[in-house]
Design a binder for this molecule. Structure first.
Ligand SMILES: [Zn+2]
Ligand SMILES: [Zn+2]
Length: 349
């Protein structure tokens, strides 16, 4: 079995340390990827720290993976050695259920296999991208267009698709007014993508601290949610609100900002249940929805769209031994806008 270098969690509280991960042998439909960069997602931290339930240690996280195909199984047709490729949050699904057949593998009725901390088809726990190599079924391997550098492609595989999918599914485009709540890793991609889709884009952020960035990313307007006047001024203004914030928000206050048939879609989630006054939904025939990453075909569409429109995340490249500090900065919302690990700093595979 191929063994690769990794940066690994050994407990919910200890810092990540250098380790190794065993990958499965390359099967007939598998692709072995030499990982070049791996993005740091807030989910990595939640998972390791046990916020979402117990996890088996040692665990290697990371589901924003970009690199080069190093080997392919004999039945692989979609990729060849040397191709630039990526892997996001999923490495498998049943591929037979109605949702899989509809291209919505993230809603596989039998449950998709997470890139890390999932149960693989051989019963082992999947290990993620903070490592130098990974073996993945070709169906879950995406093509990275030549014009997107690897370090900028990696965050598209989670932050990019998580925001692209609701913007596309709720038809953001010319003539629509879109608000993005929160300007972090997800929010800054939502702004860039919504702008490229042709929508009129407003950022709703706690303060005006990142206003210049927001406007540079393509926002037309920028408002502070700490200012109560914002909610009066923008009442009924938006067709679509994409909420990227995982802290609890006053949902009724945001629903009031929706125009006729408007929808607020949450892609960030607080651990506690949220409450909503249904009368706020009745008004303007509003909807409250959720969205989870995106299917494989739509993820490819997103990568091609980003290449075509020249958009990519803002990244800060770090060495593996800077990951623990980077996690603290993610928790403190002190990142503009995504950390990406240069996996060549992990040591030999
Ligand atoms: Zn993620
Ligand atoms: Zn399925």
């Amino acid at each position: 079995m191929p063994t690769v270098a990794a940066y690994t969690a050994t407990s919910p509280t200890a810092p990540l340390t250098p380790g190794t991960v065993e990958r499965r042998e390359v099967g007939p439909k598998d692709v072995l990827i030499d990982i070049a960069y791996a993005g740091v997602c807030h989910s990595d931290i939640h998972t390791v720290r046990g916020d979402w339930g117990e996890v088996p240690y040692p665990l290697t996280v990371g589901h924003e993976i970009a690199g080069v195909v190093a080997r392919v199984g004999e039945e692989v047709t979609a990729h060849k050695v040397g191709d630039r490729v990526g892997v996001g949050c999923m490495v498998d699904s049943c591929r037979e259920c109605a949702n899989c057949l509809a291209g919505a593998e993230q809603y596989c009725l039998r449950g998709f296999t997470d890139t890390y901390n999932g149960t693989d088809r051989d019963g082992t726990t999947t290990q993620g991208g903070y490592s130098t190599g990974i073996v993945v079924d070709e169906h879950f391997v995406l093509r990275i267009p030549d014009t997107i550098p690897f370090e900028k492609a990696a965050p598209l595989l989670c932050a990019g698709i998580t925001t692209y999918s609701p913007l596309r599914n709720w038809n953001a485009g010319p003539g629509t007014k879109v608000a993005v709540v929160g300007l972090g890793g997800l929010g800054h991609m939502a702004v860039k993508i919504a702008h490229a889709l042709g929508a009129e884009v407003t950022v709703l952020s706690q303060s005006l601290k990142k206003r210049e960035d927001g406007l540079r990313f393509g926002a037309d307007h920028y408002h502070a949610t700490a200012d109560p006047a914002t909610f009066e001024q923008l009442a009924g203004a938006f067709d679509l609100i994409v909420n990227t914030v995982s802290a609890p928000i006053d949902l009724d206050a945001y629903l009031n900002l929706l125009a006729l048939d408007g929808t607020i879609v949450s892609v960030g989630a607080p651990p506690e249940p949220v409450s909503v006054t249904l009368f706020t939904l009745f008004e303007n025939r509003r909807s409250f929805a959720g969205s989870k990453i995106g299917g494989i075909a739509q993820t490819q569409e997103m990568l091609d769209f980003c290449a075509e429109h020249g958009i990519a995340p803002e990244v800060e490249v770090i060495a593996a031994d800077e990951v623990n500090d980077a996690w603290e900065r993610v928790l403190a919302s002190d990142v503009r806008y995504r950390f990406v690990i240069d996996t060549s700093t992990l040591g030999g595979s």
